[in-house]
Structure formats: structure tokens, C-alpha cells
Design a protein around this ligand. Sequence first.
Ligand code: NAG
Ligand code: NAG
Length: 535
Amino acid sequence: MMVRIPGVFLFLLVMTWSFLTGPSVHAGKILVFPVDGSHWVNMNLMIQSLHSRGHEVTVVRTSTSWYVKERSPHYRSITVTLPQANLIEEEDFFLNFLVKMLEIKRHGASPVVFVKFYWEMLTALSKIHKDGSLLVEEIFENRTLLQSMQDAQFDVVLLDPGVPVGVLVANKLKLPMVFNVKWITSGEGHFVAAPSPTSYVPTSGYTVTDKMTFLERVKNNLFYVFNTWIDKLIVCSHYDRLMDKYFGPDVKFYHLLQGADIWLMRVDFVFEFPRPTMPNIFYIGGFQCKPSKPLPTELEEFVQSSGEHGFILMSLGTLIKALPSEITSEIAAAFAQLPQKVIWRHAGQRPNNLGNNTLLVKWMPQNDLLGHPKIKAFVAHGGNNGIYESIYHGVPIISIPLMFDQFENALRLEVRGAAKLVDVAKLTRQNFLEAVREVLNDPSYRNNMKRLSALHRDQPMHPLDTAVFWTEFVMRHKGAAHLRTESYKMPWYSYHSVDVLCFLLAALITLTAAVVGSIRFICLRLYRRRKLKHE
Ligand SMILES: *[C@@H]1O[C@H](CO)[C@@H](O)[C@H](O)[C@H]1NC(C)=O
Ligand SMILES: *[C@@H]1O[C@H](CO)[C@@H](O)[C@H](O)[C@H]1NC(C)=O
């Protein structure tokens, strides 16, 4: 029997092949400034891809990095030791944060508790960027290091501007910048790169769709102002201090950030709401997605034992090791009532009411499980990576958002009918079981996710290839100035044409006054003349 290869697939294959074998750049030199934690997973993938294309990659890390290893077959590293590490203890910090947030959500909070909670968050944010600014200082003050970076003659700086250390170093070394970005310091990256009308573009941190009521638009604007000021006061103050010292008083930190040659956005409009964009923004959402591989034998046996019912996957990401035990025990009880098998990534204490259909694992090949034909649903916190993998494989989600953008992400999938939301603060075995059963039994969830998947996969080039292409483009042409606007350097009143409006308004008023004045003058003269005649 002939295997039919759909035309689109063949086209894709040819495109990818010609891209992979096509004219390559000279092997280039890339300096990388990653952000630690889950962002590193993304960056590392891009590094591996660039390495396999023959480029030499150098990664700048601190001696206290959690994830960024000193040695790797794919990159060389430069390790900088900070004089006083302010580092947050990752695991405890986020768990404490979650526990406090749950407490506030469940039992309400006095203004004092709420303000204290918020203050702690802002302090942590400030600490992260203080460390960032210290890292910059450490590099700039170390003549040997800075000189060696200069001598290395890098072609491009690839960086994650979540912590914008690389922005300052790239500008010091006068190198073009490529961002691997979703977040910048003040929120979603588009907000400083492209026009962002707050009338229909939801602000980071505010969980609404792009169809807002009047009141929601008011709130959306307030959120925008709030984000901007938090960024100015808490984050940018650390970098502004360095600007005066190393770049002179006329250079603004934000202008350096906005001067990136290419923004590789970890966004796909299959998932995000449509919004204005710019010619130097390219979309690489889901660039980590790939076909699944066969499972390890024991896991495959467990999955196969589910029979016709199939299995469910649960993972709340790497940041939170485990939910509080009273919640995990509710979840365990709900799972135990399902005919499906469950694979649950869980590093905390084993719930004692765990059903015999549930397998606890410390780690799992998530992508391979999501791509397995027997999977029925994914219980997830709604982090970006998991969502894109789920979209790629067309698996509907039961979302339990915990922090950051996870609430907004969950909403985006919910309005597309591809996910069901469960509030972790109100989670009981009944409502959780209902949510899971609804997603399992109502075929619309799966169908909607399949549709998103088909849309997401139908692109001329895999997003990872897009990312590599534009990085090499910048290396070939020493930047991409022709795609970049410098409108951000205009004063606000010019940018929004307030000065032009004022001028035109003044001209209109003058003209109107002149016309009215002339008419009055003429009328008056006519009147007088007539009066004279009568007398
Ligand atoms: C400066 O950088 C070099 C090379 O990375 C390193 O060996 C040296 O210890 C650094 N000096 C200081 C004072 O940190
Ligand atoms: C799970 O436990 C129940 C009750 O103890 C039992 O009836 C059932 O056969 C068990 N299922 C499996 C797959 O072991």
C-alpha cells in the first residue's frame, strides 16, 4: 500500500531540508545571556540548535546558577562570581509564596497582610534585578574579562531580556542583539516594542480577554500604569544607576532595550489574542515542540494497561515541588474515582489516599507522554512550555493556575474551548473530579484543541528554524537596522502627535477667529452704512 504524504507536509519537508542544507553563514560566534529557571530550558534548546549549525556559543552565567551548567558539549561558559549573592532560595521562595497566596485567597486578608505580601514580592523582584545590575558591574569593572569579550569578536548577543544584563553588555561591546523573549522587566515584551492599545490588548497581570467592557478597560489602563511605575521604581532604578556610570547621562536604559535588532517572541497567535506588531518581531511560540518518541518499557506497560479508557497526565511544573498536602489529597481522591490511569509528576509527600490507578513519578518524558495515542487530558498549571506542547499534540487541559501569567494563559485556552479552569484555592475532590470528567466526556474540548494544533502546525517553517534563521540573518548582515524603528526615542508628545494636534487646533482656532472676526467686521460696517442711510 502506498503511504500518502500530504502536499503541505512534503512542502514543509522540502522547505526545512533546503533550509538545513542551504547556504549557511560562516560559523559565527554567539554570546548568550540566559535567564535561569524554566527560561533556561528554552534558551538551551536554541543554543543546541545553533551549535549543531556549526556556531560557537559562549554562555555567561554566575557561580550560583541553578540550571545553567558550567560545562556542556554545546557551549563554552564564562562564570562570574558576584561579590554578595542576594540570591533567592528558589524552592522555598515560590512554595512560601504559593502558601501565602492561598491563605489570602481562601480566608481573605486584612489590608496589612495584603500589603505585606505585596511588599515581599516587590522586594524579591528588586533583589533579582539588583543581582542583575551587580553582574553587569562585575563584568564592566573586570578589565581582563571585558577585554577578553572584546577580543573574542562575537557576531551577535542572544539574550533573554527578563533580566536585561546582556542588553548593557551588548551595547558596551557595540554588538547587535537578538532577544529570545516573552517577558521584559515591565511585562509582556510587545508593550515596549510595538503599539499596544490598552482598549483591546490585555495588560500583563490582568486576566481579561481582548473584548473588554468599559469598566475592564478602565482597569486595564490602571494595570498598565501600575506595571509601568513598578518597573520604573523597583526594576529600572538598578540599571539607571549603571547608565550614568557607564553610558553617560543622555543614554536611557529603556532605549538600549528597545534598540534590539530582532525580537524572537515565544508567542503564537493560535494562543495569544491578535495585536499590533512590528517588522523586527518574529514569532517562535512552541519552538520547543517536537514529535514524541517511544516511552520507556515500564511506562509504556502502565499506559497500555489503561485499556480503552486511556490515561491522564498531571504536572504542575518545576517551580513548585508540591502543593500543600490538603490539596494533593483532594486531587488523589478525585483521581482514584476515575476509570483512567493517571501519571502524576509529584515530588512531595505521597498522598495516603492515592488510588491504585495513579502512578507518582518524580520526572517524566512529558513530550512523549503528551504525544501518546492513549492520552486523554493534561492537568497542568498553565506554564507556557506545557501549554505549547499540549497544543502541539492536541491534548485538552484541566488548568490549575498557581502564579505569574498562568491565570492569563488558562483564560486564553478557556475562551477557545480547549481547557477547563479549576481555582486552586477552592479545589475540592468533587469540583476537581467534575472538571476532569467534563473535559474527558465532552468531545468539544478535544476537538477545539485539535483545531488549535492543526493551526499551530501549519507554518512554512518550524518555529525553531525561524529562530535560527533570524539569528543567522543578524550575523550575516551585522544587525537588522532596516527592520527597526527608532520611534521610541521621540518625546511622548511627538510620538502621540500631541504637538501636531495642538498646532492644528491652534491653527483652526486662529482661522475660525479670523473668519468670525472678519464676518463680524463686515456685518458691522454694513449695518453702520445702512443706519447712516436711514438717518
Ligand atoms: C576577572 O575575570 C577573569 C576572567 O574571567 C577572572 O579570572 C578573574 O578572577 C576576574 N577578576 C576579578 C577581580 O573578579
Ligand atoms: C484497584 O483496587 C480495587 C479495590 O481495592 C480493586 O478492585 C481493583 O481491581 C484494583 N485495580 C487494579 C488495576 O489493580
